[in-house]
Every structure is written in C-alpha cells, then in structure tokens.
Design a protein around this ligand. Structure first.
Ligand code: SAH
Ligand code: SF4
Length: 363
C-alpha cells in the first residue's frame, strides 16, 4: 500500500504515470488530499470510477494519530502525535493577530545533543517519513477546522519542533515541496522556515533543491563556546557555517539569515559575546532572534535576566542589526521552544550513557 501523503507532486505524477495515468490526475488527487483533507477515494467525485477502484486497492492516506491535544491560555495549541513503536512527536500551532504559525517536528528525538535542548537530551529514535512530516500540517488543518476555501489559519510553517530537519533531508524536502505546491498548501517560500543547527553540506543542498527561509541556531558567537553548546560545531565550525549562510543567500527567498540565539545566564550573555555577535553580522546579512532559555528539569542552565536580554536587543539594534526577542508562548502546556519532549525511545544509548558514565568508559 502506498501512503499518498509520502509523495510530493513530482513523485505522485511518476506514481500515476507507472499506472498509465496523466499528470492532471495526480494534481487532482493532490488537491483532494491536501486542500480538502479527503482520505476516502470514493468521495473524490471528479475522479473516474475505475481509477478510484484502483486507488482503493493500492493506496491510502494515513497521517499521524493525535494522542493528546492541549490548549494554552494564550491560544497556543500543542498536539502529541503518535508515530508508532512507543514514539510520539509534538506539533504546535501559534495563533497571532496577523498570522498563524505551525511548528513541525522532523525526527523522533535528535542525535545532535545540544546542551540546552530537551529533545536532544532524550536521544534519537528515527527519522520521520515525509507522510509523518506533512501529516502534521494536514492534521492541524483538520483539527483547527480549516475550510478549503476559507480563511487560511496556518500561514507560516517553521521546522522548529523536535529533531534536526537537515539530518532527515529527503523526507523534509518532500514535505517542504508539498507546503509550497499550489495544488497542496500553496504557502509562500518566505513563510516556510527551516531551522538548523548548522549541517553545512545540507545547507548547500537545500539551497539547490528547495530554498526556503533559513534560521540557524547560532547560540554562541565563537567556536570554543559553540563547540560545547552545539556539538555539531566541532564538525562544521563557524567559519564554514557563515560561508554556507552567504552561499545560501544567493538563492534564498529572503535577503537575510535569522540567527537564533538562546540567552543563557553567565554562559553566552556577556559584553564580549555581544561584540562578537556584531562582528558576525558584518560577515553575514542577518537578523538576530534572541530566545530566552526555556528551562526543563535537570537542564543545568538558567535564563538570562530580562534586563540583560533587553540590553542585548537594544545594543544590537543600535548597531544597525534587526533584533527581535522571541515571546515565550504556550509554556503552560510545555509548548515553548526547547520544551518539546514528546516521547522517544532512545536507540543511541545516550540516555544510558548519562546514567552510567563510568561503566560506559570501561566498556
Ligand atoms: N534542530 C533544529 C530545529 C529544532 S530546535 C535547530 O536546532 O535549529 C528549534 C529552536 O529551539 C532552535 O533554535 C533550538 O536551539 C531552540 N531551543 C532548543 N532548546 C531550547 C530551550 N531549552 N529553550 C529555548 N530554545 C531552545
Ligand atoms: Fe537537535 Fe536542534 Fe535540539 Fe540541537 S537544538 S539537539 S539540533 S533539536
């Protein structure tokens, strides 16, 4: 059985061609599934009966199953989606006056182990399929009660949920293409953002294959500190990362990179760090998005005090660098950045390593 949610437009056209069907059939089906949310082939009334019968035999439309649905006092809504074998990922809808943003997960867990991230602390289980990634948008539209021709509730998508999107490249790109496709969700490239911790070769591939808005989790303005906070930096240090950002901008839908910067008290919030951030902005056209750290049990970090965050923002803005501070949304339902924990059965044995460091070394 082919889950049609796994196929972007080109793959669906190819799948139909193998069955002797024309491309317009594929586009029709794409619209039924993604725009109208239809899963029942019999309801696709403008599709020939013989084709409907064939589809019933060989295809299905299966999205992740929501197992929890929490609404925060600020309207933020968080779903826990079951992705099988004891794993669950989280999807968050953030309504604002001028837009609605859906924050989507790309992996069950994350292998990159950033020091301040609760997803990373849980370890890694597996990549999500394209169906499980786009299925979060498909399902959110249904659960929010979106009307096919009504007002668009979800205008923006950010790949900032659980996982490192660029470590699950093919499935993420298939899902991004569906987000952008006029027969599916028709979102603007500028309103779809991939957030990465900085996997340099994959940034280059994204530029070639599906350039969308790019956010980079900077979090430290020098290699010594970034090596400890964002361990992928040891493989792709800042110089390489910043060069990749400049290459990306040659094809990006926006003329700046968003650098995300978690504010950690006494760790990355000194005047020296501020000066280094200003130097980085001279190398790469960018905006800074300061993120007050969201604590979780045993994180070992504290959020920088509000006046420190305000001062960073003010001085960066005065230096001519557009800087915003991310509002904490949905923290009463643990839906704020970095609090997404879902449920991950770690297959890297990292969680065991933490509990038994001595034994692990002897092994
Ligand atoms: N793996 C990708 C995307 C998922 S994380 C990445 O790292 O960019 C989305 C954002 O939340 C990243 O900027 C990440 O660094 C940030 N984040 C992680 N833990 C956080 C925490 N405890 N508080 C605030 N932001 C956090
Ligand atoms: Fe993974 Fe991103 Fe968390 Fe780092 S911050 S562990 S890359 S999800």
């Amino acid at each position: 059985m082919q889950n049609l949610l796994d196929l972007d437009a080109d793959s669906l056209i190819a799948w139909f061609a193998e069955r002797g069907e024309k491309p317009f059939r594929a586009r029709q089906i794409l619209r039924w599934i993604h725009r109208f949310g239809e899963t029942d082939f019999d309801a696709m009334t403008d599709v020939a009966k013989s084709l409907r019968a064939q589809l019933k035999e060989s295809a299905c439309v299966i999205a992740p199953v929501p197992v929890r649905d929490n609404v925060s006092s600020d309207g933020t809504r968080k779903w826990l989606m079951d992705v099988g074998n004891g794993n669950a990922v989280e999807t968050v809808y953030i309504p604002e006056s001028t837009r609605g943003t859906l924050c989507i997960s790309s992996q069950a867990g994350c292998a990159l182990d950033c020091a301040f991230c609760s997803t990373g602390k849980q370890g890694f289980n597996r990549n999500l399929s394209a169906a499980e990634i786009i299925g979060q948008l498909w399902l959110a539209n249904r659960l929010l009660g979106a009307e096919p021709n009504g007002e668009r509730l979800i205008s923006n998508v950010v790949m900032m949920g659980m996982g490192e999107p660029l470590a699950n490249f093919d499935a993420v790109v298939a899902a991004l293409r569906l987000m952008l496709d006029d027969h599916a969700y028709g979102l603007s490239r500028r309103r779809v953002t991939v957030s990465t911790s900085g996997i340099v070769p994959a940034i280059d591939r994204l530029r070639e294959e599906c350039p969308v808005a790019l956010a980079v989790s900077l979090h430290a303005p020098n290699d010594a500190l970034r090596d400890t906070l964002v361990p992928i930096n040891r493989k792709y240090p800042l110089k390489q990362l910043l060069a990749a950002c400049n290459r990306y901008l040659e094809r990006a839908p926006r003329d700046f990179i968003t650098f995300e910067y978690i504010m950690l008290e006494g760790v990355n919030d000194s005047d020296q760090h501020l000066r280094q951030l200003i130097d980085i902005a001279r190398e790469v056209p960018c905006k800074y998005n300061l993120i007050p750290f969201n604590p979780f049990p045993q994180s070992g970090f504290r959020r920088s005090a509000a006046p420190v965050v305000r001062r960073f923002s003010q001085l960066l803005n005065e230096a001519g660098i557009v800087t915003t501070t991310r509002k904490t949304r949905g923290d009463d339902v643990d839906a704020a950045c970095g609090q997404l924990a879902g449920q991950v059965l770690d297959r890297t044995r990292r969680t065991q390593k933490r509990v038994l460091p001595v034994k692990e070394v002897r092994e």
